[in-house]
Design a protein around this ligand. Structure first.
Ligand code: AQP
Length: 337
């Protein structure tokens, strides 16, 4: 049966190491992960199997995965309290995904908006993995008896699908086969927008790299990118996502880092020019990222130690994943080895 509810609820989240991580990944995910680790039993991953739905250069994938893990730790992920691992180190993810492939329906997967988006950009040959991606995500979640999945709006549909699958299989094999997870919307969910097209979210794979702040960007690059940030033809520094998306984005970034209220930031810029807002936002970002970059560099300089950390994380994760997978195998009717 599913493990009895622990005193703390289980949370699971991950980022795809498709490229260098961005300020969006940091403020929208990692910074919140650090806050959650006190109150929840957290599992954080670099989801390299998901990244592979898009063709990856092997060397770049390896480097991006190490860098992502180093950044998680440098940002304050506490190895004592969290299970930190790389998805491909736990074979049970792919194994459970297969079982979910046999229980998910073509119709429900075809309705996933992220699939529609990504497949429309994939050209003539759409990899099957892009279509079945939500089933791998469901496997990630269900393997750890996860209660809560921190997600932005774009991933909510995938958590709904995971719930449907868990309930469907619980109906077939017993109510305690899977814990049915829920989406978790963090109290302060920052959504960082592209600096050059502030109506689009900042993304690792943006066509123009100048619109994204990468967590490994140098201070000079950070300054340059903020200086070029798109604003509007007005003068007033006011938060208005509809009419002033660029200015609002800079205010949001400051608020997410400093914890200051939007109103307080607006008041501080009363009568000032856009240039001030850009320069000072760059400064706040540099101050926040500087120590993280330094610590991440130190970690990356010692791959043996990083490998040791990953091995430890994988052992912890695998132990839990194996229990869940065996439970499911047994209920399906596979002979246990
Ligand atoms: N701009 C953003 N603002 C707030 N949160 C963001 N996240 C990503 N971009 C922003 C959060 O980061 C987590 C993991 O993201 P992901 O790597 O799994 O995929 P993604 O959301 O598709 O991110 P990208 O950068 O846009 O990826 P690519 O370019 O590889 O497709 C999630 O918690 C997400 O909310």
């Amino acid at each position: 049966m599913a493990t009895p509810a622990p005193s703390k609820k289980v949370i699971l989240s991950g980022i795809q190491p498709t490229n260098r991580l961005t300020l969006g990944n940091y403020l929208g995910a990692i910074k919140n992960w650090v806050k959650l680790q006190k109150d929840f039993h957290c599992h954080y991953m670099a989801v390299d199997l998901h990244a592979y739905t898009v063709r990856q250069d092997p060397e770049a994938l390896r480097n991006n995965t190490y860098t992502a893990i180093a950044i998680y730790i440098a940002s304050g992920i506490d190895l004592e309290h969290c299970t930190l691992f790389v998805q491909s180190h736990i074979p049970q993810h792919a194994q459970l995904a297969w079982l979910l492939n046999c229980n998910g329906y073509m119709g429900e997967l075809s309705r996933m908006t992220q699939y529609k988006d990504k497949s429309s950009k994939a050209g003539a040959n759409i990899p099957v993995g892009l279509f079945t991606y939500p089933l791998l995500m469901a496997a990630d979640i269900l393997l750890y008896d996860t209660h809560l999945v921190p997600v932005g709006d774009d991933q909510k549909q995938h958590v709904e699908l995971t719930r449907d699958l868990a309930q469907r299989m619980n109906g077939l094999y017993g109510d305690d086969t899977f814990v049915v997870p829920e989406p978790y919307i963090p109290p302060v969910a920052a959504r960082v927008m592209d600096l050059l097209s502030p109506t689009n979210k900042m993304s690792k794979s943006a066509v123009n790299e100048n619109g994204s702040i990468f967590l490994t960007d140098s201070p000079t690059d950070i300054e340059k990118k903020f200086k070029r940030a798109e604003t509007d033809s007005g003068k007033e520094i006011r938060h208005d996502r509809q009419n002033k998306p660029g200015v609002s984005n800079l205010i949001d970034i400051q608020a997410a880092i400093t914890g200051e209220s939007i109103a307080a930031i607006e008041a501080r810029y009363d009568g000032k020019m856009y240039g001030h807002l850009k320069v000072e936002t760059a400064e706040i970002v540099k101050q926040e990222l500087g120590p993280i970059q330094k610590h991440a560099q130190e970690l990356l300089a010692d791959k043996t130690e990083l490998d040791r950390i990953l091995k430890q994380g994988a052992e912890k994760a695998r132990a839990k994943a194996e229990v869940t997978l065996r439970r499911v195998h047994e209920r399906i009717g596979f002979i246990m080895s």
